[in-house]
Design a protein around this ligand. Structure first.
Ligand code: COA
Length: 165
């Protein structure tokens, strides 16, 4: 580490950011000196919002957190962590079902970058069932997503799902 700052990366698709993500962002930013929220590519997903849009939605959501930076990266997370001098990856764990997949990714990332640890934060109970897909599904079918996503981005999601639907 070239400096004394403890930098962590919170990676994800964030398509779109939800209150569950925001909960993790707030808590992780209180533990680390700097939190880099990285919009990344998940090869198993076709996003609804492009990278720039997802970054913009995130930016609007976190505007009062001074040590949080919104970025994007198209390559390997382990490489990006090295490039950013990060010591940790942050992941939110929701249910037991997340565990095996997250364990596999954490081991792979550590193998690719031995200086990198994955830190798991337990999702707050009210967001245990939440995912970006659940939000999109509710919105597409005309349901109320106000309790699931930050108020600042509610209209963007409703507009997009109506246009696509
Ligand atoms: N609250 C609400 N929802 C949450 C959540 C929380 N606290 N934590 C996770 N979720 C949701 C996500 O929104 C996502 O929902 P979706 O499947 O409907 O899109 C789902 O849970 C799964 O989250 P996650 O496992 O973090 O997947 P992701 O697609 O958001 O992120 C990457 C995966 C981008 C981090 C991963 O693919 C990656 O690292 N890619 C870069 C390439 C790379 O390095 N690959 C090798 C990895 S070993």
């Amino acid at each position: 580490m070239k400096h004394n700052m403890r930098i962590a990366i919170y990676p994800g698709s964030f398509d779109p950011v939800t209150l569950g993500h925001l909960d993790i962002i707030k808590r992780a930013s209180a533990v680390f000196d700097k939190l880099i929220v990285a919009v990344m590519h998940n090869q198993n997903k076709v996003p609804m919002f492009d990278t720039e849009e997802r970054m913009e939605l995130l930016r609007r959501t976190i505007n009062n957190l001074p040590n949080v930076e919104i970025t994007s990266f198209g390559g390997l997370l382990a490489d990006y962590a090295r490039q950013q001098d990060a010591c940790a990856i942050i992941k939110g764990l929701r249910a037991v079902s997340d565990f095996e997949y997250e364990f596999q990714m954490a081991l792979a990332n550590r193998k690719l970058n031995p200086e990198l640890d994955t830190v798991f934060l337990m999702t707050s109970a009210e967001y245990m069932y939440l995912s970006s897909s659940v939000v999109k599904d509710i919105a597409v079918h005309g349901g109320n997503i106000a309790g699931f996503v930050p108020a600042e981005i509610l209209d963007d999601i409703m507009l997009r799902t109506r246009k696509d639907g």
